[in-house]
Design a protein around this ligand. Structure first.
Ligand code: SAH
Length: 342
């Protein structure tokens, strides 16, 4: 079996092939900056090295099997097949000049959040580092970045803090200066509330952002929507966030998916305001992306705006995220579900 090279740093490539460090960097640049996966095309490498690479190594293993492009927004959603037949999804979102890549960290998810398509099908397995990195490389394959670096959000399938080491390593590779060289502040890890790993994340020596999928600020409701709340209730989560903020002095984001008649009232906004008291926090309000078969409805736009306004009036920064891909099954886990049911 060929060895996968996409999760190796430039130095590791050099070590693996017993070549000079600069050649390791050359190979890394071809794969990460030019997104060229065919070693034959790496024209500045000596021919024997190219041949050896072709025989013994592969630059990518995940296979794009379904790509959907939203005509209205330019959002691109790709379904990938992994070597063992598992499937995962990733999304490229365009917002004026900015490109954001939404990456998966697991095949499936064990957390079973009530409104999420991924959770419905259960957990399959953790992704390997190369399977995380290659999502970004494939998504950017036809993109001319013109010197801009994309944003990265770990908001695809899975709970990134449950696949901690692989996710952290993938971040270091995305930040590699001979690669995509993405600044730490342009990378966001999103969690449903893995408290021990949040505490661990607070000790990482970088500026990578943390986002918490809150969705409710009272325990009975949050335990229904985000069942991991039964294990780590709001008080414990809050302690971890206090620790995180005091250690890192960074702002955190709360994600709040608005469900019609469930978590969208002025009382819910008041609970959130109280919960966020004293935290350096920012709220990202997301209209729910409908998932067939689930007993929810998206909150009407007017209620979304009222919810946002209530937060702002209470002194909490909040934005309402625009819908970017209902026409391409962009909600987390939806494209995969369609394929499985076929
Ligand atoms: N497990 C991690 C990351 C993946 S989910 C987490 O929970 O943060 C990324 C975000 O999308 C979370 O805030 C999640 O609650 C939200 N989400 C999932 N399904 C959604 C849907 N159908 N509509 C809107 N947001 C959804």
């Amino acid at each position: 079996m060929k060895q996968i090279i996409s999760a190796c740093s430039p130095l590791e490539i050099a070590g693996l092939l017993e070549i000079k460090p600069f050649q390791g960097r050359q190979i890394f640049r071809w794969i990460h900056q030019k997104r060229i996966f065919d070693f034959h095309c790496m024209t500045d490498l000596p021919l024997p090295l190219r041949q050896r690479l072709c025989e013994e190594f592969t630059a990518t293993q995940i296979l794009p099997i379904d790509t959907r492009l939203s005509q209205s927004t330019g959002t691109k959603k790709v379904l990938f097949q992994l070597m063992d037949g598992e499937t995962i999804e990733s999304v490229l979102i365009r917002d004026q000049e900015r490109i954001t890549l939404c990456l998966s960290s697991q095949a499936g998810c064990a957390l079973k959040c009530a409104f999420c398509a991924t959770g419905q099908a259960g957990f399959r397995r953790h992704l390997e580092v190369h399977e995380i990195i290659e999502q970004a490389l494939h998504l950017l394959r036809e993109e001319d970045l013109e010197g801009r670096t994309p944003n990265i959000v770990y908001m695809g399938m899975g709970e990134p803090l449950r696949n901690y080491d692989a996710v952290m390593r993938s971040i270091r590779l995305l930040m590699e200066k001979d690669g995509l060289a993405i600044g730490a502040r342009k990378i966001t890890v999103s969690t449903a509330g893995e408290v021990p790993q949040i505490e661990r994340f607070a000790d990482e020596d970088w500026q990578v952002r943390l986002s918490i999928s809150l969705h409710a600020a009272n325990n009975p409701l949050r335990s229904k929507l985000v069942p991991i709340n039964r294990k780590y209730p709001l008080e414990r989560l809050r302690n971890a966030l206090d620790l995180y903020c005091s250690k890192t002095n960074r702002q955190i984001t709360f994600e709040w998916t608005l469900l019609d008649g469930v978590n969208d009232s002025p009382e819910h906004a008041a609970e959130l305001l109280e919960y966020a008291q004293g935290l350096k926090a920012f709220v990202n309000i997301i209209p729910w992306n409908p998932v067939k078969g689930l007993p929810f409805k998206p909150a009407p736009i007017k209620r979304c705006e009222e919810f946002r306004n209530a937060l702002i009036a209470g002194g909490l920064q909040a934005t309402l995220r625009q819908e970017k891909g209902q026409d391409i099954e962009a909600a987390c886990g939806q494209l995969r579900r369609i394929h499985i049911s076929r």
